[in-house]
Design a binder for this molecule. Structure first.
Ligand SMILES: Cc1ncc(COP(=O)(O)O)c(C=O)c1O
Length: 352
């Protein structure tokens, strides 16, 4: 059968998502950076209202209701916003719009693994620029390059949770010959968003998701902000109805519930900082995280064995091994109780 398949697809290994045990299992899930708390009741009420009305009509292809709300919230033109079926859909639309076969996508390394798969699907190359040891970016991340068509920069980065300051991001965008995508999947747990620059600086595009800071990973909703001329071209690439009526209504309600967001952010940040301190106290190297997870490394122990031990005890974290960089455990911030259980098991393992 392989003769039917494009060679680019045959040769790629494909993105492997984190394990998803059945939703009724009592595994403590700290492996895919979901939010452990229930989403705003306003989003559940919006879903109920949609269901009462019925689903016989197609959704709004542009999700105008949502774009208006985000436009007002951030003081941006709704025409600069494009919505997607989760931010992975947005990242796919971006790659398909800007990067063709034989062209180049630039990424920092290590980072979100999906970007590379998106380049491979296009038959494009990925240029991986290693972070410095302190998770800052080296000068060659800024340089022009032949065939370079798009640059992805998650801020905060995964798996490190570290951030690149906004002034540096503007410098990078000023130097690049192509659009720079700031993937702000985790920005609500950090301080300094670039959303005010997107659409104004012609080459800065910002992407956001509802999977992390809005507790709606199961809903699938994300969006980007970019210059209108770029959005107009991306509209040709997206599926006509890439967001359904339920997700548009729920996302619009969730983003309007400011007090839920303030409260949730406070809880996640407090638990994250406690997790960081406790892991450091147990001898792990943990960079300062501005996301809802921490990156934990140690050279004197095989950390894969810790992952396996935790799994055997019903706690899932993410073990990552990056060639030419090293391995570690990425632990998502759960509730205090979940994190305490995870910490206690790690303590038992390292002290044994
Ligand atoms: C950096 C980054 N961007 C995007 C995503 C995808 O988010 P979504 O659930 O909106 O597709 C993730 C998911 O873990 C991520 O880590």
């Amino acid at each position: 059968m392989s003769r039917y398949i494009r060679p680019e697809i045959l040769s790629m290994s494909g993105y492997v998502a984190g394990e998803q045990p059945a939703s009724d299992s009592d595994v403590i899930k700290l492996n895919t950076n979901e939010n452990p708390y229930r989403a705003s009741e306003k989003s559940y009420n919006a879903i109920r209202r949609v269901l009462e009305f019925g689903l016989s009509r197609y959704p709004d292809p542009r999700a105008a209701e949502f774009c208006e709300i985000v436009g007002r919230k951030y003081g941006i033109d709704p025409a600069t916003i494009l919505c997607g079926n989760g931010s992975d859909d947005i990242l796919t639309i971006l790659t398909r719009t800007f990067v063709g076969s034989g062209e180049l996508l630039r990424l920092p390394y290590p980072t979100y693994i999906l970007y590379r798969s998106l380049a491979e699907i296009q038959g494009a190359g990925s240029e991986l620029i290693h972070f410095n040891e302190d998770w800052s970016l080296p000068d060659n991340f800024y340089s022009a390059g032949e065939n370079l068509r798009l640059v992805f920069l998650p801020n905060p980065n995964s798996p490190s949770g570290t951030v690149i300051p906004k002034e540096r991001i503007v410098e990078i965008a000023d130097n690049l010959p192509c659009p720079l995508v700031i993937d702000e999947a985790y920005i609500d747990f950090a301080d300094d968003s670039c959303i005010d620059l997107a659409g104004r600086h012609k080459r800065i595009i910002v992407t956001r998701t509802f999977s992390k800071s809005h507790s709606l990973a199961g809903l699938r909703f994300g969006y980007l902000v970019a210059a209108v001329e770029l959005v107009e071209q991306m509209l040709k690439v997206k599926d006509s109805y890439n967001c359904d009526t339920i997700s548009i209504a729920a996302a619009a309600a969730a983003i309007s519930d400011e007090s839920w967001q303030v409260e949730n952010r406070k809880k996640i940040i407090a638990t994250r900082n406690r997790l960081t301190e406790k892991m450091r106290a147990m001898g792990f190297n943990v960079p300062d995280s501005k996301a809802n997870f921490t990156w934990n490394t140690r050279t004197d122990i095989n950390v894969r064995l810790i992952y396996e031990y935790l799994k055997s005890q019903g706690v899932l974290v993410r073990y990552m091994n990056y060639p030419d960089w090293g391995d570690g455990l990425r632990i998502s911030v759960g509730t205090d109780e979940q994190v305490d259980k995870c910490l206690e098991l790690i303590r038992q393992f390292v002290e044994k």
